[in-house]
Design a protein around this ligand. Structure first.
Ligand code: IYR
Length: 253
């Protein structure tokens, strides 16, 4: 039976790797193969301190909320730099660091972003999202109007690099780039929370190409998230939601 003959060519295609992997120049890693392994001895904390810190960090994160109404108060430049540096500490597949964070503060660019997002969101809410989806969003009181894109002092646009280019001009694989960028975004949100600011985790549907062009990002980058950052508007409200209890999200084995 011919179907039982293993097909090496199709097996090859399923493997994660560049197209011309058989080129001998390829089998050099982007990070030097002889990279030293050095001792890692972070401060050792007592068990009591570990328990205390786990409680404190939970208490801090439990107050995080997505906010949709922002004060225009500016963010000190160092804060923006530090939260992006923190996001950049994220683990990534083969240490490829497949993220780009575009921080927009220029009012004209914020307005251009708002125009693109509102234009697409008009179509999203009217046509692209299912009626069920729109119904599921009712409790959050969202709609196609996005004044926060101009009000928030900074917008952080999180781009995912699908691959990059090595110095020898060959393609560098970005393994697990989706989950790597998702983890980095999570760390960014915790950094925002820790310093006492708020964010809106937004995922503008169908805006990738237009925002990528507006911000002159290359075609190997894809917009994953648009995060307005700042202080909440004094009159900001949030839906009165509950989070799943521990016994619904943790299974001990
Ligand atoms: N991107 C749209 C719609 C939206 C979708 C989900 I899922 C949300 O949790 C919230 C909003 C918007 O920003 O309005």
């Amino acid at each position: 039976d011919i179907k039982k003959v293993p097909n090496v060519y199709s097996a090859r295609k399923d493997r994660e790797g560049p197209d011309d992997e058989d080129d001998p120049d390829y089998l050099i890693s982007a990070i030097p193969e002889d990279t030293l392994h050095i001792p890692y001895k972070p401060l050792r904390r007592s068990t009591e301190e570990v328990i205390q810190r786990s409680r404190e960090y939970y208490d801090l994160m439990a107050t995080r909320r997505t906010v949709r109404s922002f004060s225009t108060e500016p963010i000190p430049p160092e804060v923006l730099e530090n939260i992006i540096k923190t996001a950049g500490t994220s683990p990534s597949g083969a240490h490829t660091e497949p993220w780009t964070f575009v921080v927009v503060q220029d009012p004209n660019v914020k307005e251009a972003i708002r125009n693109i997002v509102e234009e697409e969101e008009d179509l999203n809410y009217a046509r692209r999202m299912s009626r069920q989806w729109v119904a599921d969003l009712k409790p959050f009181a969202t709609n196609a109007s996005k004044p926060y894109l101009c009000d928030a002092p900074a917008l952080i646009l999180v781009f995912r690099q699908t691959h990059s280019m090595r110095e020898d001009g060959k393609k560098r694989m970005h393994y697990y780039n989706e989950i790597s960028v998702a983890i980095a975004a999570g760390i960014l949100l915790t950094a925002v929370q820790y310093c006492g600011l708020v964010a809106l985790t937004s995922t503008p549907l169908n805006c990738n190409a237009r925002l990528r062009d507006l911000l002159s990002r290359p075609s190997n980058e894809r917009l994953e998230l648009l995060l307005p950052i700042g202080r909440p508007h004094p009159d900001a409200t949030v839906p009165d939601l509950e989070r799943k209890r521990l016994d619904r999200i943790m299974i001990k084995v």
